[in-house]
Design a binder for this molecule. Structure first.
Ligand SMILES: [Zn+2]
Ligand SMILES: [Zn+2]
Length: 383
């Protein structure tokens, strides 16, 4: 950091026509020369920018299927199924969720607490047209979950498309971050540019991995060919108090062992899709991954080889640490002790604040025991 600040100051001495120290490729005079005197980005501007990001709309299906698209891009639900949220909502049809906005990025210290969200607002994105939303997801929205291949595929596909949609917005957020140093002194300019560069690199890499994964699913969708996936289905005859849908490349397992190095950008990390939801009074947590992702297979084994009674605790540690797209039963949340709620809130912050590396032990047993969901079965499919 010190070196870069010296470099920045030196750059200014060297001249206005030299490339800027921030790596933008622009000349210093066109980039950072007077950055400290520029008008800082106001909260209003930042909020407007995040609002614009949210108004991205397109249908996520591959080109080969686009001829069926309608012009109507709808608010597609991301947590399956949408009635799943009803099962965990309170009597005013609210669940608890996280409202993450640009202001979270700028004030890292702010603690994010789950807030009440109406189930119709919760977890939607504009990533499918009305035709494809219906044709792809009716099997999970309108039918009872019975673990069919079609349903398992739909759950995975929606999770991947939603994540890709969010990551596309991420590239725009990184542009916004790069201008967040207006009006700041040189030390803060360097710090902010460093953070923006890290964020942007992370987003680009994640975008590429996700696009590759989606291409596999797309191919299977277009040609109606199967795809060699493994699944593990954790189920209960009561609704799961937490609804989630996401995809992640884990770097440590449930025993605290490092399983892959995410900082090595030359190696594509292996990812796992996870969905938790409720259907007709039953609750499910499902993990899905490519059969040849052997790192993920052993990751999952460290979860399901635990004593049955510990699996729910382990799932909560995982879901609260890694997912922003999490919806919580208000009744269950209120039933927790302050200590347990605090423990989960701390995990939320790990997941949200960028560049706070996960502790290697973040998924191992921390002694917190949660009630509210009794697991009846763990089913392994194709592994
Ligand atoms: Zn610059
Ligand atoms: Zn469409």
């Amino acid at each position: 950091m010190m070196l870069e600040i010296e470099g920045a100051v030196l750059g200014m001495k060297l001249g206005r026509n030299k490339p800027c120290w921030c790596g933008s490729g622009k000349k210093l005079k066109k980039c950072h020369l007077l950055r400290g005197q520029q008008k800082p980005i106001g909260i209003g501007e930042a909020l407007k920018a995040t609002k614009d990001l949210k108004s991205n709309r397109y249908c996520s299906v591959p080109n080969a299927l686009k001829d069926k698209c309608t012009n109507k891009i709808i608010n597609a639900h991301t947590v399956s199924k949408s009635s799943s949220l009803k099962e965990i909502a309170d009597n005013t049809n609210h669940v608890l969720g996280l409202k993450v906005s640009m202001s979270t990025f700028t004030k890292n210290d702010g603690v994010i607490l789950p807030e009440k969200i109406g189930i119709n607002q919760a977890s939607t994105f504009k990533g499918f047209c009305s035709y494809h939303d219906k044709s792809l997801f009716a099997c999970i929205e309108d039918e009872e979950f019975s673990k069919t291949n079609e349903q398992l595929f739909a759950l995975m596909y929606r999770a991947v498309c939603k994540e890709l949609y969010a990551k596309n917005s991420g590239t725009e957020i990184s542009e916004l971050l790069k201008s967040a140093d207006k009006g700041k002194d040189i030390i803060n300019q360097v710090a902010i540019q460093e953070m923006a560069a890290g964020f942007s690199l992370g987003t680009d890499t994640a975008l590429k991995e996700l696009s590759d994964f989606k291409a596999l699913l797309d191919e299977s969708l277009v040609n109606n060919t199967g795809i060699d996936m493994c699944h593990v289905i954790v189920s209960s005859n009561t609704p799961c108090p937490v609804s989630v849908s996401s995809i992640l490349a884990p770097h440590v397992d449930f025993e605290g062992k490092t399983i892959q190095d995410l900082s090595n950008l030359k190696v594509t990390p292996e990812g796992v899709i996870f969905n938790s939801f409720s259907s007709d009074g039953n609750g499910y947590v499902i993990f899905s991954w490519l059969k040849n992702s052997l790192i993920i297979t052993s990751f999952i084994e460290t979860l399901i080889n635990q004593e049955f009674s510990n699996v729910f605790n382990a799932l909560l540690r995982f879901l609260f640490t890694v997912s922003e797209n999490i919806y919580i039963s208000p009744v269950w949340w209120e039933s927790l002790t302050d200590e347990l709620r605090d423990a989960l809130t701390k995990r939320i912050m790990i997941g949200i604040v960028p560049f706070v590396p996960y502790d290697n032990m973040c998924l191992t047993d921390d002694g917190h025991v949660f009630n509210g969901w009794t697991i009846d079965g763990i089913e392994k499919i194709n592994f």
